[in-house]
Write a protein that binds this ligand. Structure first.
Ligand code: BES
Ligand code: MG
Ligand code: ZN
Length: 506
């Protein structure tokens, strides 16, 4: 899909005009609601379409799309009216853009012009709205069909061109907003693709190679550790998880120095299990194919760093991804086996399916050694997270209130939904080992996500502000919540929040 900004549309003949409608809060469910409460945000079009409002063809409801073919208005061929609902925040606009995309795609049109100036935003918020709208369109256009012989995207044959028309902002400001949206979404879609590729095509080696290729020209430097190096560096967690697989593990270190030399880095760590069978504590077969997504934490911190570098944020940033495949075999880690992490702590592997925390342990040790001003990790860590929050909110754990506030602020800016979860000494106690320092599963029932977080905390040096994001519920298959995500595919969750978080450390 092509996306351009223009001041005035020139050739309207075959184009579809896109315009917004709104419905005030509470009115949309009102079955006796008066039709005048619905507004089409263009006075003239409102007059012309008042019958469609009266017969409820147009209700102004969020993401409603209504196409009028051969409408012939100001030289445009068709008209698409899209509902904004009662919300005015950028995330509502982002989601509305996805509705526009599917509306245009469904109607098989190839050229559209969106009149942006009617968006309910003051001058100051307009740029944010424009950026959100562009992001929504581009995010919705992501389609993972590279493994199909026949592409299912109709618009592939003829590209969809969308023009955003505005007179509200200066051309330079508006162009810049679009440029940033394009960079951000390119990085989100990069992460999504890593997640969507199946386990045989996204091994730890391929992941490291793909990333090494992607960072070219961005100023990011990569260091990739192989199996021998991982062993030499005393990463017993990562090594122990990988030992049952034919696929060699990798430890991916990415560095971007956008800030001053003396500035401490911020560190992002992501779980990179390229496939999780559970190991000897093998998972049931049903839906096991979804465990190709077990590297989404890693993929999304990489996407986040790519965006931070491409947007040239003035912050020193490190992304760390321990990557391995969790397989059962004659040489795999067995329940009860004890391994030693990089900081010397030992752990019993009482369930080989609780592998994410083991590979993260070494990465968090390494991250701590970088003396960061802040460290966060993202992982598809526990099924319990899906039980707790479903696929709407990403749960995060931290004991640091100041960092929690920053995370909430960053997520507020990115439009992603996060929810703070408890992490306290009870959880830490539950992870004590019988024969080693720690056990990788809890001795108590329940709170499986918090006890996992408490395990991770054991590998973060005291004093470093640290937070853990469990994206088990939000890493993929969130299309029922977010129209700009695919139904089954990877979401790229937190890439946007990581960028916003990095901005707070500039
Ligand atoms: N990758 C899984 C967690 C997961 C499960 C993510 C379902 C998304 C959907 C993780 O490695 C795992 O298997 N965790 C276990 C831990 C348990 C054995 C303590 C779990 O949650 O069942
Ligand atoms: Mg597992
Ligand atoms: Zn896993």
């Amino acid at each position: 899909m092509e996306l351009e900004l223009i001041k005035a549309h020139q050739d309207n003949k075959n184009s579809t005009l896109v315009i917004f409608s709104v419905c005030p809060k509470g009115k949309q469910e009102d079955i006796n609601g008066k039709s005048e409460t619905v507004k089409i945000l263009h006075p003239l079009l409102h007059k012309i379409l008042k019958d469609s409002i009266a017969d409820k063809t147009i209700t102004g409801k969020a993401q409603e799309v209504c196409l009028f073919r051969n409408f012939s208005f100001e030289g445009y061929k068709n008209l698409l009216v899209v509902g904004l609902g009662s919300h005015k925040d950028p995330e509502a606009v982002r989601q509305t853009a996805a509705a526009v995309y599917s509306g245009l795609k469904g109607a098989n049109v190839h050229d559209a012009c969106v009149w942006m100036d009617q968006l309910p935003a003051g001058k100051k918020e307009f740029r944010t709205m424009l950026e959100a709208f562009s992001e929504g369109l581009l995010l919705a256009a992501y389609n993972f069909d590279e493994l199909k012989s026949k592409k299912n995207d109709k618009t592939d044959k003829k590209e969809l061109r969308v023009f955003l028309q505005t007179k509200l902002a200066t051309e330079a400001a508006v162009k810049n907003a679009l440029r940033e949206a394009k960079i951000l979404v390119e990085c989100v879609n990069f992460s999504r693709r890593l997640g969507d590729l199946p386990g045989n095509l996204m091994t730890p080696t391929i992941m490291a190679d793909t990333v090494s290729e992607a960072i070219k020209g961005t100023g990011i430097r990569a260091e990739i550790w192989d199996k021998a190096r991982i062993k030499k560096e005393k990463m017993g967690g990562l090594y122990g998880v990988a030992q049952g697989s034919e696929q060699e593990p990798r430890f991916i270190i990415l560095r971007y120095n956008g800030g001053g030399k003396s500035k401490k880095p911020i560190v992002f760590v992501g779980k990179g299990i390229t496939f999780d069978t559970g190991g000897i504590s093998i998972k049931p077969s049903a839906a096991m194919e979804e465990m190709k997504y077990d590297m989404c934490g890693g993929a999304n911190v990489i996407g986040g760093l790519l965006a931070i570098a491409k947007l040239k944020l003035k912050v020193n940033t490190i992304a760390l991804v321990p990557a391995a495949e969790n397989m059962p075999s004659g040489v795999a880690t067995k329940p009860g086996d004890v391994h030693r992490a990089r900081n010397g702590k030992t752990f019993e592997v009482n369930n080989t399916d609780a592998e994410g925390r083991l590979i993260l342990s070494d990465a968090l040790c390494f991250g701590s050694e970088q003396a960061p001003q802040m460290m966060v990790d993202a992982a598809t860590l526990t099924g319990a997270m899906v039980v707790a929050l479903g696929n709407t909110h990403t749960g995060f754990f931290t004991r640091n209130d100041a960092l929690a506030k920053k995370i909430q602020q960053a997520a507020g800016n990115s439009g992603e939904w996060v929810w703070r979860m408890p992490l306290c000494d009870f959880h830490t106690k539950d992870m004590k080992g019988t024969f080693a320092d720690l056990s990788n599963i809890s001795s108590s029932k329940g709170a499986g996500s918090a006890t996992a977080a408490a395990f991770l905390e054991q590998f973060v040096e005291a004093g470093i502000p640290w937070a853990h994001f469990d994206i088990a519920g939000t890493g993929w298959a969130v299309g029922n919540r977010l129209p700009y995500c695919s139904k089954k595919g990877a979401s790229g969750v937190l890439v946007r929040t990581f960028v916003e978080l990095a901005k707070l450390y500039e």
